[in-house]
Design a protein around this ligand. Structure first.
Ligand SMILES: Cc1ncc(COP(=O)(O)O)c(C=O)c1O
Length: 400
C-alpha cells in the first residue's frame, strides 16, 4: 500500500536525524566514538537515585505512580523557579512548565508559534534536534554565523533588516548561548544584551536553549539572556539530561506567563503530563543537596577529557585544521581545509575505527562540508588520544 498520500503536509517535511543514523554505525565494537551527544554514564548517581526511589515508593508511592498536573508538580516548579533564580532569572512558579526532555519543549514551541514559511533564525551551525523540530512545522530557517563569542549579532541585525526589506518578518531567534551544541562556544555578555535589544527593536521572540550552562570548566559565569530580559521576550529552557540523567526525560521551560500557559495547553494533547515519578526523583535530588555535589564532579571529569582531547589535537592534527577551545559543555568543533569533505571522509574514519559527526548536519543552509563535531565526554580517557590520532591519520591522507 502507498501510505504517502495519507501523510499530512507537516509529516512530509519531517526528517530523521542524520546523527541518529550515524550513531548506529559508530557503535560497532572497537570504534572510538566522538559522535554521540551522550553524557558519560559514570556520572549517573546510581546510589543516590536508588536511595531516593526507595524513599519515594515508601512515602509517596501512590502520588509518584499517578498522573500529575500538566504543567508539572507544584513543589518542583517552585523549586525550579528558585534554582534558576540563582542564575539571575526572576520568574514565579506560574512561568515554569515541566517537559519530557527539552526536545519536547522545542516541539511545543514549533507547534504553538510556527506557520508554514515563518522565519526562524538559528546559529550557523545549530542543534540538529532544533532544526528538525522547526522543519516539521515547515518553518523557513535562516542561519547566522558564529565565532568564538557566539552568534555574530552584527550579522543578525543585518539579516533581520534584509528580511524586513523584503516585506517579511522574523518570528523567533533560536539560540544556545552557553557552550553551544555543536560548536562549544559561549556568547559574550555584550552580545547577549545586544541580541535582546535587537529582538525588542524588531518585535521578535528569543528561544534560549541552555542544556550546558551548568557545565562550566573555567571562567566567570555569564548570565542567561533571560536574566537580562525586562520585556518578557525570552523563552528559556534547560534540562536535567546533562546534569543528572537523560533517561529520566526531564526538562523545564521558563516563559512569560501567557506563553507558559499556551505551551501547557499544547502539552496536554501530547502526553498529559511529564512522569510524576521522575519529577519527584529530581525534586529530592535537588532538595537533598545532591545536585550541588554532583555538578562539580561532572565538571571535573569533563574538564580532564576536554584537556586530553585538546592536547591530542595539538599533537596529531595537521596544519590547516582549526578547532574551538570550549570553556564548558560537551563538544568541540573542527574546521578542516575547505577541500576536505567530512561527509565523504566518514566511511574511511569508521574503517579506521573512529567516528565523529559531520558538521553539515548542523547547517540550515547546506554548508559546513569541511567541519565536524567532536564529543569529548563519552569516550574513556585512555581512548581519547588514540581516537584523535586515528582521525588525524585519516585527515592527513587527504591533506594536499
Ligand atoms: C541544544 C540542545 N537542546 C536540546 C537537547 C535535548 O535535550 P533533552 O534530553 O532535554 O531532550 C539537546 C540534547 O543534546 C541539546 O544539545
Amino acid at each position: 500500500m502507498d501510505y504517502e498520500k495519507f501523510y499530512s503536509d507537516n509529516a512530509k517535511k519531517m526528517r530523521s536525524s542524520e546523527i541518529r543514523e550515524l550513531l548506529e554505525l559508530s557503535q560497532q565494537p572497537d570504534v572510538i566514538s566522538f559522535a554521540g551527544g551522550l553524557p558519560n554514564p559514570d556520572t549517573f548517581p546510581l546510589h543516590q537515585i536508588n536511595e531516593i526511589v526507595s524513599m519515594i515508593l515508601e512515602n509517596e508511592g501512590s502520588k509518584a505512580l499517578q498522573y500529575g498536573p500538566t504543567p508539572g508538580l507544584k513543589e518542583f516548579r517552585k523549586q525550579l523557579a528558585d534554582f534558576i533564580g540563582k542564575d539571575g532569572i526572576d520568574v514565579s512558579m506560574d512561568d515554569i512548565l515541566i517537559t519530557s526532555g527539552s526536545q519536547q519543549a522545542l516541539d511545543i514551541v514549533g507547534k504553538i508559534f510556527i506557520n508554514e514559511g515563518d522565519v526562524i533564525i538559528t546559529g550557523l551551525p545549530t542543534y540538529l534536534g532544533g532544526i528538525n523540530a522547526f522543519l516539521a512545522y515547515r518553518a523557513k530557517l535562516i542561519g547566522i554565523p558564529l565565532d568564538d563569542n557566539g552568534m555574530r549579532v552584527d550579522l543578525l541585525e543585518e539579516k533581520i533588516n534584509e528580511i524586513e526589506k523584503e516585506g517579511k518578518k522574523v518570528k523567533l531567534i533560536y539560540t544556545i548561548p552557553t557552550f553551544q551544541n555543536p560548536a562549544g562556544v559561549e556568547m559574550s555578555e555584550d552580545r547577549r544584551k545586544r541580541m535582546l535589544e535587537i529582538a525588542k527593536e524588531h518585535d521578535i521572540l528569543i528561544l534560549e536553549d541552555d542544556p550546558y550552562g551548568k557545565l562550566r570548566f573555567e571562567g566567570n559565569a555569564i548570565k542567561p539572556i533571560k536574566a537580562f530580559d525586562n520585556n518578557e521576550q525570552v523563552i528559556y529552557m534547560a534540562t536535567f539530561s546533562k546534569i543528572l540523567s537523560p533517561g529520566l526525560r526531564l526538562a523545564y521551560v521558563a516563559a512569560p506567563t501567557e506563553i507558559a500557559k499556551k505551551m501547557m495547553i499544547a502539552k496536554q494533547s501530547m502526553d498529559l503530563c511529564t512522569s510524576t515519578f521522575t519529577q519527584l526523583i529530581a525534586y529530592y535530588y535537588i532538595k537533598y543537596g545532591y545536585i550541588d555535589k554532583q555538578i562539580p564532579k561532572i565538571i571535573e571529569m569533563y574538564r580532564k577529557k576536554r584537556d586530553i582531547m585538546l592536547s591530542a589535537l595539538e599533537k596529531f592534527f595537521p596544519p590547516g585544521c582549526k578547532w574551538t577551545q570550549p570553556r564548558g559543555g560537551m563538544f568541540l568543533w573542527v574546521e578542516l581545509p575547505e577541500y576536505i569533505n567530512t561527509v565523504e571522509m566518514f566511511p574511511e574514519a569508521v574503517s579506521s575505527k573512529v567516528a565523529y559527526i559531520n558538521g553539515r548536519a548542523f547547517y540550515v543552509n547546506g554548508d559546513g562540508y569541511n567541519t565536524m563535531r567532536l564529543n569529548f565526554t563519552n569516550a574513556r580517557d585512555d581512548e581519547i588520544e588514540e581516537g584523535i590520532k586515528r582521525l588525524a591519520d585519516v585527515i592527513k591522507r587527504r591533506i594536499k
